[in-house]
Design a protein around this ligand. Structure first.
Ligand code: PMP
Length: 448
């Protein structure tokens, strides 16, 4: 039996990836093109993907739980999406003009998202929240936004403060951080105090199932209270459904909880795995972009080279046509539940104070909740202080677990998302890979 450590085996097995990573370090800060892809000691490089799987440059196969950062509800390369995008590619990728696909795409979204009256396309989720915040400011004539600790809405100035632990940290380069107010999550009294004290708040924005798709979960009761409160104070309520849109249900979190935000931001699933985003909601607010309705300076400017790009539209139409059946969400949710339960059983068998929690098609790993007597099955994230959830796992364990799981054919980081094409066999293989990796970590005395 080999006595090499997980990290030694990682370096050996992924030697081709390591060569790419060394080159990448010369090009990119930390060698990566997205903060979350930063991996210590170095990231893996993917050659191709299909369904629930992807293959690395050295030929190794992985079950994928990144799921395109949540964009791939139907897994990699769904045949209908591939066909539509391939056909569209031959017909032109950018007309610099209106086209009928944007109508079909908008029609699907407006029919699916309960609060959608009018829509404007963007190129990403970050652009969508940028637009929603600016629309709210234009609509109310106020300047501040209220958001919640841990909730992520993209990386522009208004929303990036408070997204990550330690939550109150000021972000370098952010202009006017004092216009962003950060409230503790799930605390309706704290929100009311803010709204009572300050009549310059334009909007409240949140991820409706909680920070990072439920890493700090939020329930429907809080959402309903927030809806009432914001209405009472004339503050725009923005549901950031970039992840939850079309994933939690065909109508997103608002469809699931039967709520009516003023504005909704969308991206990921809506563009079928290609780049794209949108803001939708009350016509009165979205129409602030209209030159005809607002010929004076109140019109909010909104150009954007890749808005409603035909390739993204062609992919999005196929994705949403399938997503509207409800089947993909039900299947992805079932797979995530089996995975969460199976992992918690394994954690209990190994007597670890680890837990896997989450709702819908998400699962989060907490490595070290601090109570060895608590069964992982009984762990309840709603009972946990938010600072003990997001970003609270032991970083050394996160690193070794990630490397060990990659060696055992699983790609995820701190949790992940399931798709409609993950199978029960995938899930069982994942649970076995965890069992194996935990045994390997125990052999190295990293955990006991
Ligand atoms: N809002 C939420 C809830 C998100 O999860 C993300 C992306 N992870 C964004 C906004 C930003 O989207 P994008 O990465 O497309 O800019």
């Amino acid at each position: 039996m080999s006595h090499s450590t997980i990290l030694e085996r990682y370096n050996q097995t992924f030697s081709t990836d390591k060569e790419f990573a060394l080159q990448a370090n010369q090009f990119f800060p930390d060698g990566v093109t997205h903060d979350n892809r930063y991996t210590n000691p170095f990231p893996i490089y993917i050659d191709y993907a299909q369904g629930s799987r992807k293959w690395g440059v050295g030929g190794k196969e992985f079950i994928d739980y990144w799921s395109g950062h949540g964009a791939l509800l139907l897994g990699h390369n769904h045949p209908q999406i591939v066909e539509a995008v391939t056909n569209q590619m031959q017909r032109g990728t950018h007309y610099g003009a209106c086209h009928s696909l944007e109508l079909e795409w908008a029609d699907l979204i407006i029919n699916l998202v309960p609060s959608a009256e009018k829509i404007r396309f963007t190129s990403s989720g970050t652009e969508a929240t940028l637009m929603a915040v600016r629309l709210s400011r234009t609509y109310t004539g106020r300047s501040k936004i209220l958001k919640f600790a841990g909730h992520y809405h993209g990386w522009h100035d208004a929303v990036i403060p408070g997204s990550n632990s330690p939550y109150d940290m000021l972000i370098s380069g952010v202009i006017s951080p004092e216009t962003t107010l950060i409230s503790p999550p799930n605390d309706i009294e704290a929100v009311e105090n803010y709204l009572q004290r300050d009549n310059d708040i334009a909007c409240v924005i949140l991820e409706p199932t909680g920070a990072t798709f439920g890493e700090i979960p939020t329930n429907g009761e809080f959402l309903a209270q927030l809806r009432n409160l914001t209405r009472e104070y004339g503050v725009v309520l923005i549901f950031d459904e970039v992840v939850t849109g079309f994933r939690v249900s065909p109508g997103g979190a608002q469809g699931y909880y039967n709520l009516d935000p003023d504005l909704t931001t969308l991206a990921k699933i809506m563009a079928g795995g290609l780049p794209g985003g949108a803001v939708t909601g009350k016509a009165e607010i979205v129409d602030l972009i209209s030159i005809e309705k607002h010929p004076n300076t109140k019109k909010m400017p909104h150009p954007g080279t890749f808005n409603a790009n035909p390739l993204s539209a062609s992919a999005g139409i196929q994705m949403l046509t399938i997503a509207q059946t409800g089947y993909p969400q039900t299947k992805a949710n079932q797979m995530a539940e089996i995975l969460r339960d199976g992992l918690n059983e394994i954690f209990d068998q190994h007597e670890l104070d680890w837990a896997c929690y989450g709702e819908f098609s998400g699962f989060k790993l907490l490595l070290g909740h601090g109570d060895k007597t608590l069964s992982a099955v009984d762990f309840d994230a709603y009972q946990c202080h938010y600072r003990r959830l997001k970003g609270a796992s032991n970083p050394d364990l996160v690193k070794t677990l990630r490397c060990g799981l990659l060696l055992n054919g699983i790609d995820m980081a701190g949790g992940g998302l399931t798709t409609a094409v993950h199978t029960e066999a995938d899930i069982q293989q994942t649970i076995s890979a965890f069992d194996q990796t935990i045994q390997e970590m125990k052999m190295e005395d990293l955990i006991n």
